[in-house]
Ligand binder design. Structure first.
Ligand SMILES: CC(C)(COP(=O)(O)OP(=O)(O)OC[C@H]1O[C@@H](n2cnc3c(N)ncnc32)[C@H](O)[C@@H]1OP(=O)(O)O)[C@@H](O)C(=O)NCCC(=O)NCCS
Length: 334
């Protein structure tokens, strides 16, 4: 079998700026069609609690970095769940397999109760590779993109006007957190724990204690100028925000568009997102991307706003116990 001719790679932890640039080049291959230039792999880790276990590696062959492989704990799920990602060129399945096997040498990943990975539906050979490790499809999250040049500004302005028409206030997180009032973080925390419980995720969400939430949110102000809240009096009742590299104007990722249960079906998600997308266009961004589960009402709401399906993100799950029994008996003994 081809397994026998696995490439000889040398591995090192991702540490220096040039390592992170290499990681970004490889990571961007997963997002071909919409550029994620710059520091996404690094900022990916910015909001993880500091004590979350992680392993972040680059594999090089003949002096060239060819595989980015990383895994980290997912403290928002119960049990010991790890997200796994291996980025290399499409079709380079020997390299992909080598990356996953390298991660698996880490005892912590092997002893986890659950692994999660993501594969694009238009990369069937990568899906087949992951399946040899026991992964199966757990959830489908369509990837949708919006060309901001095409939005109908007057329609979006009319949608956004629904916020003040309901006597509610729109603010940025930058403005809301001016003065570092801890009660305002607590109000956001309560809002987020409620709405996260309603998002279709591969695993049930486990609310974290306020102190843990604060630890990752208090220092993380990178996106506060492009994160919005709708307030009912002093209470946050809707949120939307953009993620993605700050310095690159190609694209933004929409994140946590969510409305308090008490305020749903009043047009607030549509209004807030319309406002945010108008902002992104005025700020010079070209594309917005998102990847909601197909069962999330947000998927159709995005379509109404002009987002177009590009491919499906297949969220995969494996039980390491399955992998161990396959490794003991099957042809793919890692
Ligand atoms: C998804 C969510 C943000 C929608 O917020 P909302 O303010 O109620 O949405 P809107 O009022 O703007 O809805 C616009 C349209 O979307 C569709 N829609 C919204 N929620 C729906 C639902 N639960 N079921 C079916 N269609 C729905 C409807 O077509 C609706 O128009 P209508 O009310 O005239 O029929 C909200 O349900 C929520 O916070 N869910 C939990 C968090 C989440 O999953 N966020 C997205 C992923 S991060």
């Amino acid at each position: 079998m081809k397994d026998q001719s696995a490439p000889t790679l040398s591995w090192r932890p991702v540490e220096t700026d040039s390592d992170w640039d290499s990681a970004a080049r490889l990571y961007n291959l997963d997002f071909e069609g919409i550029a994620w230039p710059g520091d996404v792999p690094r900022t990916d880790f910015g909001t993880l609690p500091a004590d979350t276990p992680r392993l972040i590696l680059l594999g090089s062959r003949r002096g060239e970095d060819v595989v980015y492989a990383r895994c980290h704990g997912q403290p928002w799920y119960s049990g010991s769940s790890f997200a796994v990602r291996v980025s290399t060129w499409p079709g380079e399945e020997d390299l992909a397999r080598a990356g996953l096997e390298r991660l698996l040498e880490w005892g912590l990943l092997r002893s986890a109760t659950r692994w999660e990975a993501m594969v694009r539906s238009d990369r069937p050979s990568r899906l087949a590779t992951w399946m040899t490790f026991g992964f199966r499809v757990k959830m489908v999250a369509p990837e949708s993109h919006l060309d901001l040049h095409l939005i109908d500004e007057s329609r979006f302005q009319a949608l956004a006007a629904q916020i003040s028409a309901q006597g509610l206030t729109l603010t940025t997180k930058e403005e809301w957190h001016r003065g570092d009032l801890i009660d305002r973080y607590r109000a956001r925390y309560e809002f987020e724990m409620e709405v996260y419980s309603d998002i279709p995720l591969p695993e049930p969400f486990v609310p974290e204690p306020f102190e843990a939430w604060l630890e990752s949110n208090l220092p993380d102000r990178r996106n506060h100028h492009r994160s919005w809240l709708v307030l009912d009096g002093d209470r946050p009742v809707a949120n939307t925000e953009f993620h993605g590299p700050l310095h690159a104007k190609e694209s933004v990722q929409t994140w946590l568009t969510a409305v308090a249960r008490s305020h749903r079906r009043r047009g607030l998600a549509s209004a807030l997102k319309a406002h945010a997308l108008l902002w992104a266009k005025a700020a010079g961004y070209r594309w917005a991307r998102t990847d909601n589960a197909e069962t999330n009402p947000m998927f159709n709401l995005n379509k109404e706003l002009g987002f177009r399906w590009v491919y499906d993100n297949l969220v995969l799950e494996a039980s390491p116990a399955d992998f161990r029994s396959r490794a003991a008996s099957g042809p793919h003994a890692g």
